[in-house]
Design a binder for this molecule. Structure first.
Ligand SMILES: [Zn+2]
Length: 459
């Protein structure tokens, strides 16, 4: 049983009238996450993730893995430390290296704390090259920490020096089959972002330091975004202004002149790399005529912690968090009567019934019982609403009515309902059903339609 009284949730209490020295630009998700004790600021630009937020991270990792497995992915783990000699070979130490963490071991050998793993994974394949074309395509992915010595850390988990990434690398025999891999993984990304139920846009992107020939970015639209996108109000088309030539007067997709500039948070990025890494590092396969040939590669990243922070930024209000349904730390929060109140004995009978039945309905691990009965219902409810639980059930004075006991049910959108036990259980069941449908990848019709505005329109 998950009890609020046992939860390590170190809320940040700022005394009234205190002068807070602001050293960093705050976003509302970061402010709420910090104040409510879901994340803590570590040393400069790093974050400690507390139990409630960790549940969300773990749920997202699980969702990412389901989709990577569906796309033919095989999970691996590569060391954080990559010999910097590999990066020398691919020429990536020649550019701007100011954001790389370089370390030396006791023998003086230099390593990068990897911001990305193209070199490491390609060098790994080179050690057993040439591999047979029969083993291809190969799609390897990992989920782990990445490091970037950002000059400007901002907005908490959205731009930190250490962050969690899912990175996948595809290996194919030809440009043509590499494009097939690209579209299979892209389809998995589309499904994943639809499962999160947060509006997103997919745009053509510049290939930048990665190199390669084809690249797309996935963005959440938010004022704190660092990219400028041009979005069509008529058809939903969007393009990154880095890529669009000049500033078009009309929409390249529907010709409407109803274009607006919006800010985007980049949450995922895909690249078709070709042989940019396989050639210098010697990762090859034996083709049908027995000749070694460089592997044709793609890479596919999702900022795991960034997706969660950016989704919260988009969905939440200034006062209350709101989670993507599949990522809420708990589905249901149950608040019982206050210690010593006159309704306590009768209400606790209902409370105990609910603890059992709600748990059976949504899974016991999805139920948080706020058992801090020394606190008033009002205080606990306020906190539950700020934490953004999808469903909060209050067993208070009205549930002590022996003829027709009523519960107060609060939804994360701010709605408040007065229901009897069975009606409340039905709501919990509906929530669980909706989650199941999302996990199966079948999206409600309305969601699919509203999303179609933002999916598939790209330059
Ligand atoms: Zn348009």
């Amino acid at each position: 049983m998950n009890k609020a009284s046992r939860l390590y949730c170190p809320a940040l209490i700022t005394p009234k009238n205190a002068v807070v020295k602001q050293t960093e630009q705050l976003s509302r998700s970061q402010k709420l996450l910090t104040e409510l004790g879901l994340i803590k600021s570590g040393s400069n630009g790093t974050y400690q993730i507390m139990p409630l937020a960790q549940r969300s991270v773990d749920k997202f990792i699980d969702l990412v893995q389901r989709n990577m497995q569906l796309a033919g992915g095989q999970k691996i783990t590569l060391p954080v430390l990559t010999p910097s000699g590999l990066w020398k070979k691919t020429g990536r130490l020649d550019g701007d290296i100011s954001e790389f963490y370089m370390v030396r071991d006791h023998s003086g050998k230099q390593f990068l704390m990897s911001p990305t793993h193209e070199e490491a994974v390609t060098a790994m394949l080179a050690t057993n090259s040439p591999i047979s074309y029969r083993q291809l395509p190969l799609r390897l992915y990992q989920i782990g920490p990445k490091f970037r010595d950002e000059l400007k850390t901002r907005f908490g988990l959205m731009r930190a020096k250490e962050f969690l990434m899912k990175d996948m690398y595809s290996f194919d025999v030809s440009e043509e089959t590499a494009r097939e891999s690209y579209s299979i993984v892209s389809a998995a990304y589309n499904r994943l972002f639809q499962q999160l139920e947060v509006p997103f846009v997919k745009v053509n992107a510049a290939t930048g330091m990665m190199g390669g020939s084809l690249s797309h970015e996935y963005h959440y639209i938010s004022p704190v975004g660092e990219d400028t996108l041009l979005q069509c109000r008529s058809c939903g088309f969007a393009g990154n202004s880095e890529v669009l030539e000049g500033k078009p007067a009309s929409c390249p997709s529907c010709n409407s002149s109803n274009l607006q500039e919006v800010r985007g948070v980049e949450v995922a990025h895909t690249f078709l790399l070709g042989d940019k890494y396989s050639k210098p590092l010697g990762a090859t396969f034996l083709n049908t005529s027995g000749k070694p040939q460089p592997l044709v590669m793609g890479c596919f990243g999702i900022g795991v912690t960034r997706v969660i922070a950016a989704a919260l930024e988009v969905l939440s209000s200034e006062q209350e968090l709101r989670w993507p349904r599949l990522l809420a730390p708990y589905d249901v929060c149950l608040i019982g009567p206050k210690q010593g109140s006159k309704e306590q004995p009768a209400a606790e009978v209902i409370e105990n019934e609910l603890l059992l039945k709600v748990g059976e309905c949504c899974g016991h691990q999805e139920l948080l019982h706020d058992d801090r009965k020394d606190l008033t219902i009002g205080k606990r409810l306020l906190e539950a609403k700020r934490l953004g639980h999808p469903l909060t059930i209050v067993v208070g004075a009205k549930s002590a009515d022996l003829d027709s006991p009523k519960l107060e049910v609060h939804l994360s959108k701010g709605e408040k309902l007065e229901l009897d036990v069975n009606e409340a259980l039905k709501l919990v069941a509906e929530h669980s059903q909706h989650k199941k449908r999302l996990l199966m990848g079948s999206f409600p019709r309305e969601t699919a339609e509203s999303k179609s505005q933002s999916v598939g329109h790209q330059l």
